[in-house]
Design a protein around this ligand. Structure first.
Ligand code: FPP
Length: 258
């Protein structure tokens, strides 16, 4: 088994994590889950630790949730790890966050390979520090033929600028004749976004009690089910992901219909 068997209380019944997993797997599992991982700083502050300790714990949480996403049969897990606005943070914090992909991949890549996980990224990754990009590129390359869970990191990602970039590229391609300017459908527009061939997220989770989208996948989230929790990202456990999926399974998605 990929995860450890653990016990926890739901209401008056004690259920094993395995029971809970089997239960949710009996209904439709969201194919694409996106997460705004928020609250690392507050987690650290509560413990009188430096903010970077929260990010380190946040990285450990990414491992935990990746394993559970794989076990649940989620196809794509997109994690918002760094936004185009996050460069405004103190340099020491930015430098630390930029070391996380290496830390994560140097310890976790063998397990990702073993589990057939494919690593991809969206965002202006070419602007990342060289060492960060190298670790990321290496993982993308090594896992490119894997056919299991797609672990997709949003790094130096911003949705408005992604949309503007798509518009500019559409204009350019229309001018060169590569694209018929009269045939720009939603599908064509989507294909110009960084998410390219990915289906839109079915479920978006944001941790830490903030009820905002924060410039994340603005086009792609049009019909996504949103789920917010007060739990801080480093405290987010397998059972929280399962809870989000249970809520998703009880929602009626109408996509604008009746
Ligand atoms: C937001 O919390 C979190 C971030 C900007 C960084 C997120 C990064 C991780 C969770 C680790 C990523 C791991 C890999 C492998 C790339 P915050 O700092 O804004 O928290 P706060 O709102 O409580 O201050």
């Amino acid at each position: 088994m990929f995860n450890k068997l653990r016990l926890w209380k739901t209401g008056t019944t004690t259920k094993t994590l395995q029971d809970q997993i089997s239960n949710v797997k009996q209904q439709k599992i969201p194919e694409h889950v996106a997460i705004i991982m928020d609250g690392n700083g507050r987690w650290a502050k509560k413990r009188k630790l430096p903010r970077i300790a929260g990010h380190h714990e946040g990285m450990k949480c990414v491992k935990r949730i990746t394993k559970m996403a794989d076990e649940l049969g989620i196809k794509v897990l997109t994690l918002y790890a760094f936004s185009t606005e996050n460069w405004k943070r103190p340099k020491t914090e930015v430098d630390y966050i930029m070391s996380l992909p290496e830390q994560f991949l140097s310890t976790f890549l063998p397990e990702l390979m073993e589990k057939n996980v494919r690593v991809t990224a969206i965002g202006y990754t070419e602007k990342l520090p060289e060492h960060t990009l190298k670790a990321l590129d290496n993982a993308v390359e090594k896992t490119k033929n894997n056919t299991g869970l797609n672990l997709n990191f949003a790094l130096n990602y911003g949705s408005r600028s992604e949309i503007l970039q798509a518009v500019n590229n559409i204009v350019k391609d229309s001018q060169t004749g590569e694209l018929d300017a009269n045939g720009i459908t939603e599908e064509v527009f989507s294909s110009y976004l960084m998410t390219g061939g990915l289906n839109d997220p079915d479920l978006l989770i944001r941790t830490s009690g903030e009820i905002r989208i924060s410039n994340f996948m603005l086009w792609q989230l049009a019909y996504t089910e949103l789920w917010f929790t007060d739990v801080l990202w480093p405290d987010f456990k397998e059972e929280h992901l399962i809870e989000a999926i249970e809520v998703f399974q009880n929602r009626q998605r109408r996509f604008g219909g009746v």
